[in-house]
Design a protein around this ligand. Structure first.
Ligand SMILES: [Zn+2]
Ligand SMILES: [Zn+2]
Length: 259
């Protein structure tokens, strides 16, 4: 007998950063729930990693952006351009792009650079901007989305996806330590949390293993998945550093890992 799949399945597409890496593609996470495929961030390498999982761009119905840094948004342009390529099977289901305040202007800027090549019909593409100063929430037929401001860029937000049964997965995006992430992740089944640098090399705007562990412990999450590793993390015992603050289930993300 096999275990039933959880209400939300998670695949790490990219566990890396802006630093080019064969092992770690730039940041991206795929979630599947209620027959919908949701993409969280789309840094360089995302489209190839999707293909490696057997997922095409036409299967994706929502893309959520945590913020506008290129390691999280760079493959939006190839995604939209490929969607317009008529020899591919054309997109029939709508595509919704969700991000913090300023995303419409960001997309307008991309269209100024690339013109109609990345412009989709308004009956296919819709854009939703979430509040970047306060908690926000959206309810869809098959899941709900809650957000809180993250401590990184003005437009940065973290996401909590919940199934109708209450099963919840939280995606931090890039962030420094913030109580917002603790409240957003309260009692979640999975927290996918950035962990850019080892404790000794922590930089402003990002988390370290023990800070991420502290957030997970305070939130009482069932499973903590650390991701967004800069290459220098390889020289440190990330698990040991995280264990200073967290003793629950812990996973260090790798590309194409399925949870
Ligand atoms: Zn990043
Ligand atoms: Zn960033």
């Amino acid at each position: 007998m096999t275990d039933a799949l959880p209400p939300i399945t998670v695949t790490i597409l990219g566990s890396g950063t802006c630093v080019p890496s064969i092992a770690r593609s730039s940041c991206s996470v795929l979630m599947e729930t209620g027959g919908e495929k949701l993409l969280f961030d789309a840094g360089a390498g995302t489209l190839r990693r999707m293909l490696e999982c057997g997922v095409s761009i036409f299967d994706i119905s929502f893309i959520f952006f945590s913020h506008f840094h290129p390691d999280h948004t760079a493959e939006l342009v190839p995604f939209l351009f490929a969607t317009k390529y008529s020899e591919c099977s054309p997109r029939k289901k709508p595509l919704t792009l969700i991000a913090g305040k300023g995303f419409s202007a960001f997309y307008q800027g991309l269209k100024q650079a690339y013109g109609a090549w990345i412009e989709l019909d308004t009956d296919i593409l819709s854009i939703v901007e979430m509040n970047t100063l306060a908690p926000d929430r959206l309810d869809f037929d098959r899941f709900s989305v809650s957000t809180r401001p993250a401590a990184h860029n003005p437009e940065s937000i973290s996401y909590r996806i919940a199934s109708p049964s209450g099963y919840s997965v939280v995606y931090s995006g890039d962030t420094d330590y913030t109580e917002n992430l603790i409240s957003l992740a309260a009692d979640a089944q999975i927290l996918i949390c950035e962990c850019s640098h080892a404790d000794e090399e922590k930089v402003q705007g990002h988390l370290s293993p023990s800070l991420a562990g502290g957030i997970a412990a305070s939130a009482g999450v069932q499973k903590l998945v650390l991701t967004h590793f800069y290459p220098r993390c390889d020289g440190f015992d990330i698990e040991k550093e995280c264990r200073k603050a967290y003793n629950g289930e812990l996973v260090l993300a790798e590309d194409l890992m399925r949870l």
